[in-house]
Design a protein around this ligand. Structure first.
Ligand code: SAH
Ligand code: SF4
Ligand code: F3S
Length: 433
């Protein structure tokens, strides 16, 4: 009988891809089978995120529950970004944890599994020339890493400390991985990296200097590949070549994530983001001029240390000017080993909450107005998921989530869908062709 694996994945898409790789390695090399109830598992893995404080405290309470209710003899492993930054401390605080595996060391999962109390968290470890396994949780869409780590030093962010410096994965490896995914049925490829449009800055070995625009051109030649998406591009690296390639390449989906973080040039400087409010607005203008149908999403942090009422007003001003299609908004959370952790001009908790509420209600207003204009329009949808009440959902090219009544016959298929009713996060429609 096969051994059972339970894995919980927190955090971003890079963690999801790391989990897919660990599942594949444990299945192929160690005979595990993934299950959804941790109480029956022989191995419990938690793939953690430490980008904000909340998930870290959640980790220890969750580990306690795993330990209390797990099957006798079951092992517990802590992986991902919190593993990288807390390391041995995890075993000190939760001595029943069997091993700790950092976000930059996932290729070692089958090694640490057999070393009790192993702590493998080397952020200089080079996984860039190592092929990720082909196993994927979705057969329709393939996530592919194009770089590891991050070479920026945003003063609020812990990621460079958990994933190390940025190294690009050789384009030949990426293209082969994409070809295999398309051969096995995926029509959409989703490229992942902390700063995808900084691709090609540094490879670990001798490689042809391919930049992100060239990588996109090469990938889009793959026959059978219909859609190409990526996240996250960095506003600082949005040069004209990149925007023009984005706009003119028909396989690239017309939805762009542009993480603003703040609309205030002063706060952006304190965050060390490398661009100003004007540069950001200029890039949006260029993007919309080249590609009028583009939808734009963003990340915004409120109440960064020193953010005044006027600075916050600048964030709202950018929102009003750009009218983002989607916003991920966060209250600033001080993180260990970051520069901003030592900034003393912190913003009052109550002010922070009020700002988050104000920002989110402006966003709701804008998104409702944008969504209302979709009624009666027709979009080409790629269906990916069965959802409750006999609906199937998918995305338009410009990333609108749309559902229609239907069955699994629609999964992995493209259809033209006319929008018949509007919701805030999902639109409903009917297949017209
Ligand atoms: N490399 C990506 C971001 C990865 S982290 C980029 O630069 O866009 C995802 C998001 O988490 C960030 O965009 C930021 O908005 C948010 N974030 C990161 N650190 C944070 C912190 N200390 N407090 C609050 N939000 C944070
Ligand atoms: Fe963090 Fe900045 Fe790197 Fe994004 S670019 S991962 S926000 S340091
Ligand atoms: Fe991702 Fe969280 Fe790490 S956002 S890079 S899993 S800190």
């Amino acid at each position: 009988m096969s051994k059972k694996l339970f894995i919980e994945t927190l955090g971003c898409a890079m963690n999801s891809r790391d989990s897919e790789h660990m599942i594949a390695q444990l299945t192929e090399k160690e005979g595990y089978e993934a299950i959804s109830d941790f109480r029956e598992a022989d191995l419990i893995l938690i793939n953690t995120c430490s980008v904000r404080e909340k998930p870290v405290s959640k980790l220890f309470s969750e580990l306690g529950i795993f330990n209390k209710k797990k099957k006798p003899g079951a092992k517990i492993g802590v992986c991902g970004c919190t593993a990288s930054h807390l390391g041995e401390e995890i075993i000190k605080r939760a001595p029943y944890v069997n091993f700790v595996l950092g976000a930059r060391n996932v290729s070692k999962i089958t090694e640490v599994l057999h070393k009790d109390k192993a702590v493998e968290i080397d952020i200089n470890y080079d996984e860039s020339e190592f092929a990720f396994d082909d196993f994927r949780t979705s057969p329709y869409k393939a996530f592919i890493n194009i770089s590891i780590g991050c070479d920026k030093a945003c003063t609020y962010c812990i990621v460079p400390k958990t994933r190390g410096d940025e190294i690009s994965i050789p384009d030949a490896l990426i293209i082969r991985e994409a070809e295999r995914a398309v051969d096995s049925g995926a029509k959409e490829i989703f490229l992942l990296g902390q700063n995808v449009n900084n691709y090609g800055r540094r490879f670990s070995g001798e490689h042809e200097k391919v930049n992100f625009s060239e990588l996109l051109r090469r990938l889009s030649k793959i026959e059978g590949l219909e859609r190409l998406r990526f996240t996250s591009p960095h506003p600082f690296h949005m040069d004209d070549e990149f925007i023009e390639e984005f706009a003119s390449n028909p396989k690239i989906c017309k939805s762009m994530h542009m993480p603003l973080q703040s609309g205030s040039t002063k706060v952006l400087k304190d965050m060390k983001r490398g661009y100003s409010k004007e540069w950001f607005l200029n890039r949006v203008e260029k993007l919309r001029a080249e590609c009028p149908q583009v939808s734009i999403s963003t990340d915004i942090i409120v109440a960064f240390p020193g953010e005044s009422d006027e600075d916050f007003e600048d964030s709202l001003d950018v929102m009003r000017q750009v009218r983002f299609n989607q916003i991920f908004s966060f209250k600033y959370s001080a993180r260990p080993e970051t520069e901003a952790e030592h900034f003393t001009n912190t913003v009052d908790e109550e002010v922070a909450s009020d700002r988050l509420t104000a920002l989110q209600s402006l966003n709701t207003e804008i998104v409702d107005e944008i969504n209302a204009t979709s009624l009666g329009k027709t979009y080409r949808v790629y269906f990916e998921e069965l959802i409750k009440d006999y609906f199937v959902s998918g995305r338009s090219d410009n990333n609108i989530v749309i559902k229609v009544k239907g069955s699994d016959e629609l999964l992995g298929e493209f259809r033209d869908v006319k929008i018949t009713s509007i919701g805030r996060t999902i639109l409903t429609g009917e297949v017209v062709a």
